[in-house]
Design a protein around this ligand. Structure first.
Ligand code: ADP
Ligand code: MG
Ligand code: ZN
Length: 492
């Protein structure tokens, strides 16, 4: 009997605002605990919340990027529960009338493209941060996170495998970072993911009983927790037991999920409309302005790189996943094209993928969106020096390392480091003759039909010219000499 998992994600994204959702406190991460707090975000009697306009804009941008319909009138509600990190005793969220609904996220997986429905996106405020087992086994609470704006994004139960779920989360993160809505840090908790998972016999269309696994803070945890649940739930069903509706957590050290509570014990949140806030009414012009300001989204960009610029699928995917590097790629390639260099896109993507990206932070983080260490002008100049044979690819890497430090132009660096290639036909031929004379076996092997020894001979020529011999010219010269000697040999 084969079982399949059915998965839906609930993602909480902290919105990148300077101040909190309903008060003026700073949202800065890493400030000393309990310093960014006021009467509003700690729920002092009589304090009144005011909606942060920027949070609404960012939530709206995320909703539109996910293809959702944005409601012109949404409502805030109180979700009541007791927890030490929630001094107000309730969280302001959106319940019956969320900001947006009915979207769809397309994403790439190792086995092709998929998409998942977005059920809803609503605005809410974060709770404080609890640190368990700190200071002698006690729990410490930092209320500075109370009231930080969140977008909660809920997908339909349309994901089918742990890999699909983690690819979906990756794409969602990329999208949110690209539009500037969230800094995307799973580590710091600015993006948090809960997964809902049930199992059923492959081919069935009804849904099984779901289990919710809370707070997975890496792609691997998402995959491992889901794989574990698929096994655990299907084994229970094989034994004829029912899956209990539960909320569980992932214990990474033990490699298993553990019960937090049974759903029957789930608190009754007693939602009711927030009396201190009027309905959130968005003018159509506001929504349309946010839509117009959206950048090209990662998927569209990837497709354009593939289709219009002819990049291989993988290269297009890697570049489009990093907004800033993709910007550098486009700007560099267009400068190369304007200078009449052939294959401008291939040259620019090749160098950026192998050299520039090496030092950049992971995709999908705010840091990955900060400008790469080199500007398009100087990178294009550098690649032109390669294209016209002035320097080798290897030397280009050297020059690149020198670029970020100063304002020196690539050509000046080539000059003062003496990196220009030696393309003087006379000395290349003389060196090539010497190399062939010293390596008669290699020459013989080449003539016997082993073309790969040419690489060795070229490297020898380049080396003898202090690494500056033009390898293309060396290869041409060697071929000519080897062909010539071959003829002489047959006379002999
Ligand atoms: P709640 O708000 O109580 O968590 P929702 O109905 O909003 O419940 O569902 C939350 C998440 O659970 C969604 O991501 C949805 O896709 C997922 N989900 C719902 N039913 C199932 C199921 N039977 N199996 C797996 N996931 C499910
Ligand atoms: Mg839920
Ligand atoms: Zn405050």
């Amino acid at each position: 009997m084969t079982w399949e998992s059915v998965i839906g994600l609930e993602v909480h994204a902290q919105l990148r605002t300077r101040s909190k959702m309903f008060c003026g406190c700073a949202t800065r991460f890493g400030d000393p605990p309990n310093t960014n707090v006021c009467a509003v975000c700690t729920g002092q009697p009589g304090a009144l919340p005011v909606v942060n306009r920027r949070a609404v804009e960012l939530g709206c941008a995320a909703a539109l990027a996910l293809g959702c319909a944005v409601r012109t009138t949404s409502r805030f509600a109180r979700k009541s529960y007791f927890y030490p990190d929630l001094p107000k005793g309730f969280q302001i969220s959106q319940y019956e009338r969320p900001l947006a609904e009915h979207g769809r996220l397309e994403f790439a997986t190792g086995t092709g493209e998929r998409s998942v429905g977005i059920v809803r996106l609503h605005l809410e405020e974060d709770a404080g941060r609890s640190t368990h087992d700190a200071a002698g086994g006690r729990t410490l609470v930092d209320l500075s996170r109370c009231g930080v704006p969140l977008a909660e994004i809920v997908t339909a139960p349309e994901l089918r495998t742990p890999d699909e779920a983690s690819d979906c989360l990756r794409a969602l993160r990329l999208l949110l970072v690209r539009i500037g809505a969230c800094d995307g840090s799973l580590e710091r908790g600015s993006l948090r993911c809960d997964v809902n998972v049930s199992v059923r016999r492959a081919g069935e269309s009804t849904l099984g009983t779901r289990v919710e696994v809370k707070n997975l803070n890496s792609y691997r945890h998402v995959r491992d927790a889901l794989a574990h649940e698929l096994a655990r739930q299907s084994e229970a069903l094989e034994r004829g037991e029912a899956v209990r509706p539960q909320t569980r957590s992932w214990n990474d050290a033990a490699g298993r999920t553990e019960v937090l509570r049974d759903k029957e014990e789930a608190p009754d949140y007693r939602y009711f409309p927030e009396p201190d806030l009027p309905p959130l009414v968005l003018e159509e012009a506001f929504v349309e302005r946010v839509r117009a300001e959206l950048p090209e989204l990662p998927l569209a960009r990837r497709r354009r790189f593939e289709r219009d610029l002819g990049l291989p699928q993988r290269d297009a995917a890697v570049l489009a996943a990093r907004g800033a590097a993709a910007d550098l790629f486009e700007a560099t390639a267009s400068r190369l094209a304007a200078a009449g260099v052939e294959s401008p896109h291939r040259r620019a993507s090749g160098f950026i993928l192998t050299e520039v990206l090496r030092d950049l932070p992971d995709e999908g983080t705010e840091e990955a969106e900060s400008p790469p260490p080199v500007d398009a002008d100087r990178l294009a100049e550098l690649l032109r020096l390669v294209a016209d044979g002035t320097i080798s690819n290897l030397a280009a890497k050297d020059v690149y390392r020198e670029l970020p430090a100063g304002n020196e132009r690539p050509a000046a660096i080539v000059a003062h480091k003496g990196l220009a290639q030696l393309s003087d036909a006379g000395s290349i031929e003389e060196t090539a003759r010497r190399v062939l004379a010293e390596h008669p076996d290699a020459a013989a092997r080449f003539r016997a039909g082993n073309p790969r020894v040419l690489g060795f001979l070229v490297a020898e020529v380049v080396r003898r010219l202090e690494g500056r011999g033009n390898p293309r010219l060396a290869a041409e010269t060697l071929r000519k000499l080897l062909a010539g000697e071959g003829e002489e040999g047959s006379h002999g």
